[in-house]
Design a binder for this molecule. Structure first.
Ligand code: OTU
Length: 653
């Protein structure tokens, strides 16, 4: 380490300063607990901190500022949450258990406001939900705000949803019902209306250093040469000219979302303070938005830089001192090799984020459905790096965002496809341009420079329900429902926390009402962020309806997952060849048990040869855990259109 490293004695002085400062009124035991966490986690904070700011003359001051933030948050944490911290230390795999079932919604679209969400806890429990992700709920800028991803005050709840006290009460109510709360933290950028941004515009140099501001286009032009565009359609380019102060500001996303400058340690300290503030409201999981973009480097795409990982590791280590019950979910929609490090690899193993979105799996599911073949998915998943054992994927079949066709050229080539043409096929297929297709999606962000076309649409509409119902075609309706259930069964069987997007459990279709709202109209992702249809939800008890068929089947699957130790997130997930290109297979294997999930991705019946099951070690009497039925052990395995089986051996041989 450099001469700027804080020496051994200084750590003691630092700790003493905390014990005599923010921690002074705590009991001896509480102070000892902090001391212990300080000893354990300080090295994990120092390593990345030195990497980022080790060259600064004020490094020691920056370090003590961060530690003071952690200590103050520790002192402010409620007794109930302190107990929760201890409980999670006793049960570190709490979020990996097969009982973790996620549900994602906008509070207003689901239930009006936070109090409304609380009133809907019985509905969530009926479905079997144990993890609730509420979409951005901190105070956004007025008008267009990218679905809440443009925050102007991180310490205030969006007044339309309630107050911070309502969030606290909701978190407590959920916890008592066994539901963990996940909330978004938009840590890459703020709204241009945030106080920091306003002060920057007013000329305050302290706050100008919170963002990437440039006096002219010289640097922006250089950066642009290697930068992609996230919203090429409604927010082209990555910089925005500010009339108010004659400067250019870095805006990766919309022009009102200003990227934060983490080269400035003050920004890191502010964000840590916000993280711990939210932890102390009772939030269990923070979804860290757009983490890949948090560090910029010339001549790169400014994503996945080592320093972005260092920032997350600092957050992780210091949060473990103050509020160790809180875990992190990385929102990094990047290729698998770039994604794995967000779960912590090498020296950072178990020291970064606990959860990350498995975008590739989601995309491959849709790709297999369109192709009626699982070859690409099998190959691509087999070539993914190993998942670290103490983590969980967030598995999903769609979310509030569009679907981008992240199929890698090398994976496509390996199975005889052209990556470019296959992605074009998927865009055509899901936007309804492909003859014989079932999907009703809409193109999102066509990029003429790259040919890239992403897709918007609800699960049910993309899976064919909208077209089938419109045509009153009952055979097609049946097939669409089967597709919807297949996708749910796949995300439930993969390793991680499955997250159902609100309304998919009822088969809600594309909602075009967003077109009437000028703040939303140019962003068709709102089409698949529908308002909850509580009248339709009532139909879930009427077995004759499509709604009930979907809801009750999803609910039954959730019930089945919860009773299957073999689906614990620590169990590895291997894609396997089934000797039938239409049937995808994956094995979940660990000391807890072995389960073979099979899915027929075609609308025709299929068979898997019995000898193939034997090869994979499934020899004895088998049971399908999804339907709770024994399976004939002698003949080849027959599968209905779009059927999924979760096979386990009854007695090990
Ligand atoms: C995230 O998106 C959010 O999920 C989006 O809703 C926001 O618009 C965006 O950040 C800005 O806050 O940043 O790491 O398909 O996946 O925009 C990737 C593109 C992101 C999205 C991407 C994503």
């Amino acid at each position: 380490m450099s001469e700027l490293t804080v020496g051994e004695t200084d750590f003691r002085t630092l700790l003493d300063g905390l014990l005599d400062g923010p921690l002074r009124s705590m009991s001896a035991l509480e102070r000892d607990i902090f001391r212990m966490r300080f000893d354990v986690h300080l090295p994990d904070a120092l390593r990345p901190l030195t990497a980022l700011y080790g060259g600064r003359a004020d490094f020691a001051d920056q370090l003590s500022r961060l530690l003071a933030v952690a200590a103050s948050a520790y002192a402010a944490r409620s007794p109930e949450l302190r107990l929760l911290d201890l409980r999670r230390a006793c049960e570190p795999d709490w979020f990996q258990q097969p009982t973790m079932i996620g549900y994602v919604c906008y509070a207003d679209r689901f239930a009006g406001d936070l109090a409304g969400v609380r009133a809907k806890i019985p509905y969530l429990k009926e479905l079997g939900v144990t993890y609730l992700h509420l979409m951005p709920l901190l105070e956004p800028r007025p008008g267009a705000n990218d679905g809440g991803y443009a925050v102007m005050n991180y310490r205030r709840v969006n007044p339309a949803l309630g107050a911070m006290e309502d969030l606290r009460e909701l978190a407590t109510a959920l916890r008592r019902e066994g539901i963990s709360l996940c909330v978004d933290l938009v840590c890459n950028h703020t709204a241009e209306e945030h106080e920091w941004a306003r002060r920057a515009v007013a000329g305050d140099p302290v706050y100008q250093d919170y963002y990437y501001l440039f006096p002219d286009r010289i640097m922006p032009d250089q950066y642009e040469m290697a930068l992609p565009e996230v919203f090429p359609d409604f927010a082209p380019g990555n910089f925005t000219y500010l009339d108010s102060c004659d400067k250019w500001v870095w805006t990766t996303f919309n022009d009102y979302q200003w990227d934060l400058n983490y080269r400035n340690p003050a920004v890191l300290a502010e964000m840590l303070d916000i993280i711990l503030f939210l932890a102390n409201q009772g939030v269990d999981i923070l979804r860290l938005d757009a983490v890949a973009f948090m560090w910029k480097r010339l001549k790169t795409d400014c994503q996945n830089q080592p320093e972005a990982h260092a920032i997350l590791q600092i957050f992780r280590a210091l949060t473990r001192m103050a509020a160790p019950g809180l875990i992190f979910k990385a929102e990094a929609i990047v290729s698998p090799d770039k994604l794995l490090p967000y779960l912590g690899l090498g020296a950072a193993t178990h020291k970064e984020c606990e959860i990350a979105y498995h975008n590739a799996f989601m995309v491959l599911l849709w790709s297999s459905l369109a192709e009626r073949r699982a070859v690409l998915m099998t190959h691509a998943l087999q070539n993914m790096p190993e998942t670290p054992v103490n983590c969980a994927w967030l598995t999903y079949v769609r979310c509030h965002d569009d679907i981008g066709w992240a199929v890698r050229d090398e994976d496509a080539a390996a199975v005889g496809l052209s990556g470019f043409l296959h992605r074009a096929f998927l865009s055509d297929f899901y936007s309804g341009r492909f003859a014989g297709g079932f999907a009703r999606g809409v193109t999102f962000q066509h990029n003429p420079k790259t040919g890239d076309r992403r897709i918007s649409g609800t699960l049910a509409s993309l899976a064919g329900l909208e077209a089938a119902v419109e045509r009153r075609d009952w055979r097609e309706t049946d097939l669409a429902v089967r597709r919807i259930l297949l996708l749910h069964a796949m995300m439930l069987a993969f390793n991680g926390i499955p997250a159902i997007y609100m309304g998919d459990e009822l088969g809600l279709l594309n909602d075009r009402r967003y077109l009437d709202d000028p703040d939303l109209a140019d962003d068709n992702r709102w089409m698949h962020r529908p308002f909850m249809d509580w009248n339709k939800a009532e139909q879930r008890h009427d077995w004759q309806t499509v709604t009930a068929r979907i809801f009750q089947a999803v609910r039954a699957m959730i019930g089945a997952v919860k009773g299957l130790p073999s689906l614990h997130a620590q169990a590895r997930c291997h894609a396997v060849w089934t000797h039938n290109e239409q049937v995808f297979g994956m094995i979940r294997a660990s000391a807890r048990g072995r389960l073979l999930a099979l899915a027929n991705f075609s609308e025709a019946p299929q068979a898997v040869p019995r000898h193939r099951l034997h090869d994979m070690g499934f020899t004895g009497e088998l049971a399908d855990r999804l339907e709770g039925r024994p399976v004939d052990s002698w003949s080849d395995l027959r599968m209905e259109p779009y059927q999924v089986l979760w096979l386990e051996q009854l007695v090990s041989q």
